[in-house]
Design a protein around this ligand. Sequence first.
Ligand SMILES: [Zn+2]
Length: 354
Amino acid sequence: MSLSELWVTLCSDTEDNYPSYVPGWASYGSDYDKNPADLRWDWTRLLPSLKECFKKLDIPITWLIRVDDGPAYDLMLRKFKEEILGLASTGDEIGIHIHTFIWDRKSSRWKQTRNPVREAQIVSRSLEYFREVLGFSPLSVRMGWNAMNNEIMNALNEKRVLVDASAVPGNYCNGKFGRRDNFYDWRRCPKDPYNPSHLDYQSPGSMQILEMPISTAQSIDAKTFGYFVNGLSSFNKSYALKPLLSLGDEVYRRFMSPHSFFYVSPWWSTSVIERIIAAYAEKAINKGVSFLVGCFHSSDILDPERSALNSFFLRKMERIGKIFLALKRVDVVFSTLSQAAEKYMRSGVIKQIA
Ligand SMILES: [Zn+2]
């Protein structure tokens, strides 16, 4: 008898760095607080080490290349075109990661626009930049800050993107970093993949695009701590996280995570991730197949405090890879996001829901 299948997809958002509230990034990362922004892409010199880690584990990665209509535009696509196409040639997928920034003259900063018409325009423009530079259209997308609304989803659908993985079921954020960005609402969406409704991106409907949410755990601890961390980072002078992280840094990294979803970060514990892997393996055993989607930021390969390789992050990735490989009662299938979406649609699960 054949084993149940656990399909596993790891996606990487590829922006340059976090805003300056994360310790170290203010001195080593890009500066998004001016126009034009000062983009350094320092982490990319360590991309070969990151790629080598996944090659050893035999895990294909879905690289979601950062594009927007300011401040990054198509600069990453053009500057790293050869490297990007090189990744695609090894079986990885090249998708798109779109941020909906606008330049705010009043505060003299780039901010997340909350204007749905402008957001849809930025999405369409970013998809055009991608095709113009790389010569093909992306099948997979994850929006910056998990941003979504009906206009964005409709724009992605009209441009025939196959799959979106912006959803983090049960999660909501009303702004971080001085309320500059991170506005999103995924409180009502299903945990399983679905074709969204034209009228409500959080409900199943008749769009062609498939929403494949980031896999989540039911974790009240993580949610409560997440609200606390989000609350801290919404202060105007958003350096509040720095003392929190330096106070018993090891304790936080080992045991605490503000995320209830599959997000690999060098700053937080992998305990939630381990629970999610166990739950999805169990689901595969019960249903015959299950689909797990996780994400990370590739810029985390750079330790911003030392401007050096973050071996802590690499070890974390290796550990997670080995947990998957050690699963006994399921057949683990590592795939790209679009391969997982195609498999999901072929499996007929959606028809059963409809
Ligand atoms: Zn992003």
